[in-house]
Design a protein around this ligand. Sequence first.
Ligand code: PGA
Length: 252
Amino acid sequence: MSKTLIAGNWKMHLTAEQSRGLAERVEKTAVKYSKAVDVVVCPTHVCLPAVAAVTKKLSVGAQNIYFADEGAFTGEVSANQVKEFVRYVIVGHSERRHVFGELNEMVARKAAACLRHNLTPIICVGEIGYERDHGETVQVLNDQIATGLTMLTAAEIEQIVIAYEPVWAIGTGENAKPEDVAAAARTINQAIQEMFGAAAASKCRILYGGSVTAATAASYLALEEISGLLVGGASLNEHEFNDIVEQASHDK
Ligand code: PGA
């Protein structure tokens, strides 16, 4: 069994100094529970060096990368550039997809770029509210997985992480029902099995994300289908985030 993974997505919050301070405090929790939990924090790109400098057990992730290694891409940052500071990269977050127009094809190239540089992509998938209301969740997840993972091999699938993040649940306080999260995770696992086989699919960790707090974390952590959580807003509060990590350290 792989360890439970708790990742904090700090989004476009905190200065470098604030990021370093929060990382130092979360590091202590990561050390305390390191036998049972992999803890990751994802600051903005400019804060990565400051956070990487004060973390050991606590892993660092980037929130995004561009898929080319270098070139005339003003404003972008490559996997090759962040790899000095991070082990993980969030790829295809719903804010990238819906605010910045990222498509599944782009997600596929970014995931491949991460693996080319030995970074673990946390690939986000999930339906918007309209799709949920019209019974399209399974179709959306199948499409996002089929295209998003198309450039990867079965061996690489064993190293990636998928985060099921229903878009309507992100930053809204509206939690997905645990049984719906379990069903979505089974859909994702099934889609991966069909592409890469059961062995690879069984090693691919699936997280849940969307308005997770210390009060709701346990209901998702208890699910067999779920290997951890991607936490946004609550990860900016060290007490809340540390509490979630502690809960994740308890056996299922
Ligand atoms: P949230 O964000 O926990 O604030 O809903 C989750 C995410 O965007 O990954």
